[in-house]
Design a protein around this ligand. Structure first.
Ligand SMILES: NC(=O)c1ccc[n+]([C@@H]2O[C@H](COP(=O)([O-])OP(=O)(O)OC[C@H]3O[C@@H](n4cnc5c(N)ncnc54)[C@H](OP(=O)(O)O)[C@@H]3O)[C@@H](O)[C@H]2O)c1
Length: 268
């Protein structure tokens, strides 16, 4: 099942997240488990420090490159034209690939910067110019942003020659940034939902446990299926083979509208 981006590129509607999966054997094996389970969309970032192992697993999997959708990200601390180009080629080298499917500005401002990110507007636009060039050169099939709110997107859209194709933001039951989602959809920017399990915090929630029991599914599957049904493009992460399989097994059931609404309104 794919979502079609505004430039016609198809992105698989569920992806495998790799944040906090350590470089080396763990990331290598986890990526192979994901590909074996059926994921064809892998989400990494230069900042995750595991691109080398993720890339090796992609190459060793025996799956044709065209069949796998690979996302990586420009670190939040790296902004500017030349800096972006250099960081992109570092990622490409780490991954050992000829091109990346989706390249994202990881965040509008460096992590830990207490400001609202608006003082990085010009720098983000410079990065965007470099990404447009890489896109035109065929090194990236789609370009986008992450953690951008409408106020960060507005000046970028005004300056952009190529519109962003995706915005990766945190979405799970209990965290639904409706304004950003509505803004993106209005501008034909696909929304990707990261931390669909609230980085693990959601698993013991009582309301979710009740819904999960009703469907004979796990809490993780309910959260991922909810995100999938809302077209939020969930990116679940696990390093455990059984959980990786479990998190992908969400295509054979459907959550009823009244339960979808309960999940929309959940507070953690
Ligand atoms: N763009 C951004 O700024 C940004 C920020 C955060 C995340 N992301 C992306 O989104 C991905 C997912 O988000 P996330 O890493 O925050 O985590 P998540 O997918 O919300 O949750 C992962 C946590 O839940 C546990 N878990 C996974 N499946 C489970 C299951 N079936 N049952 C019980 N526990 C389970 C994992 O433990 P085990 O690994 O031990 O199974 C891990 O602790 C990231 O990996 C990354 O690719 C992007």
């Amino acid at each position: 099942m794919n979502i079609i981006l505004n430039n016609g590129v198809a992105i698989p509607a569920i992806g495998f997240g790799t944040w906090q999966i350590p470089e080396g054997e763990v990331a290598y094996k986890a990526t192979l488990y994901a590909l074996n389970a059926g994921y064809r969309h892998i989400d990494t970032a230069l900042a995750y420090g595991n691109e080398k192992s993720v890339g090796k697993a992609l190459r060793d999997s025996g799956i044709t490159r065209r069949e796998i959708f690979v996302t990586t990200k420009l670190p939040a601390e790296i902004k500017g034209y030349k800096e972006t180009e250099a960081a992109f080629y570092r990622s490409l080298g780490n991954l050992g690939l000829e091109y990346v499917d989706l390249y994202l500005i990881h965040a509008p401002k460096p992590w830990g910067d207490p400001g609202d990110g608006m003082n990085y507007t010009e720098k983000n636009i410079e990065s965007w110019r470099a990404m447009e060039k890489l896109y035109r050169d065929g090194k990236i099939r789609a370009i986008g942003v992450s953690n951008f709110e409408p106020r960060h997107l507005e000046p970028l859209l005004e300056a952009a020659e190529i519109m962003p194709m995706a915005n990766q933001i945190r979405i799970h039951p209990g965290a639904v940034p409706e304004k950003t989602i509505a803004y993106c959809r209005d501008k034909l920017i696909a929304v990707e939902g990261y931390s669909p399990l609230a980085t693990g915090r959601i698993i013991e929630n009582a309301v979710l446990k009740e819904i999960a029991e009703k469907y004979g599914r796990s809490v993780a599957q309910i959260c991922i299926r909810w995100s999938f049904q809302r077209h939020y493009l969930p990116l679940p992460k696990s390093k455990d083979e059984a959980r990786i399989k479990e998190n992908f097994a969400i295509f054979d059931f459907e959550i009823a509208p009244e339960d979808m609404e309960k999940l929309d309104r959940l507070s953690l």
